[in-house]
Design a protein around this ligand. Structure first.
Ligand code: Z5A
Length: 220
């Protein structure tokens, strides 16, 4: 059996990650590719428990403790959800992964970036492709208003924090061009989807996936 491919979507709040992960999954499934959509923090029962603590709690964690809570949730998610799916030949599309810890805890909250890089290395799993969706603050704020709902612990942080996070994602993408594609996500939903499909086909398409009929040309 061929191992599945691991794709992550990253970016600040309101960048459109959830919207685009649904469209990407639908496009791949329409071509006969088995797909699992998942998210972080969360994605397995234990990790979802930690998500409640991280997003909803009132504890003012030290940056290192918060980093380790995200990696604890991630280790559980990888062991219980991601790794088994990849081994079964399923493509995994994950809304946020380790780049979010570097951007939010490292760049945003000032946690030691070397420590985060070491935790990332120890995790032992990396995406084949990371789509970094980039939007400016004004667009993000407007989309979050449109989405509605209560703000979580991170969404309540100030504009300077979100600016550091955005810079973090851009630097992460620039430092890992073999894995990351930085995409302007300020266009309409279909335009961003088209850019994503082009990136997926360019990086994971025909030459790399010749065993998968239907993965031969982008149709959107
Ligand atoms: N976090 C962390 O600190 N460290 C970590 O290691 C990890 C996470 C893994 C998880 O929040 C929080 O955890 C996150 C970082 C932190 N907090 N923040 N901020 P979450 O999972 O609940 O939420 P999110 O990841 O930030 O997602 P989001 O805020 O919902 O944004 P999104 O998924 O990128 O956007 P969306 O839901 O697809 O779209 C938002 C709205 O915009 C919606 O109404 C759409 O219809 C609309 N939309 C989307 N795309 C477009 C376009 N192209 N045009 C117009 N409108 C659009």
């Amino acid at each position: 059996m061929t191992a599945g491919r691991f794709i992550t979507l990253e970016g600040g709040e309101g960048a459109g990650k959830t919207t685009q992960s649904v469209l990407l999954a639908e496009a791949l499934m329409a071509r006969g590719v088995p797909v699992l959509r998942t998210r972080e923090p969360g994605g397995s029962p234990g990790a979802e428990l930690l998500r409640g603590i991280l997003l909803g709690g009132t504890v003012d964690w030290s940056a290192r403790a918060e980093t380790l809570l995200h990696f604890a949730a991630r280790a559980e998610h990888v062991a219980k959800t991601i790794q088994p799916a990849l081994e079964a030949g399923t493509w995994v599309i994950c809304d946020r992964f380790f780049d979010s810890t570097m951007a939010y805890q490292g760049y945003g909250q000032g946690a030691d970036r070397g420590f985060i890089a070491e935790q990332t290395r120890l995790l032992g799993v990396a995406p084949a492709l990371t789509l970094v969706l980039d939007v400016g603050e004004a667009v993000a704020v407007q989309r979050m208003r449109q989405r509605g709902g209560d703000a979580d612990r991170y969404e309540r942080l100030d504009a300077a924090f979100h600016d550091r996070v955005r810079r973090g994602f851009r630097e992460i993408a620039a430092a890992a061009p073999e894995r990351c594609v930085l995409l302007d996500a300020s266009g309409d939903i279909q335009a961003v989807h088209t850019a994503i499909m082009t990136a997926v086909w360019t990086r994971l398409g025909p030459d790399q996936s010749t065993d998968r009929p239907g993965l031969h040309q982008p149709q959107t």
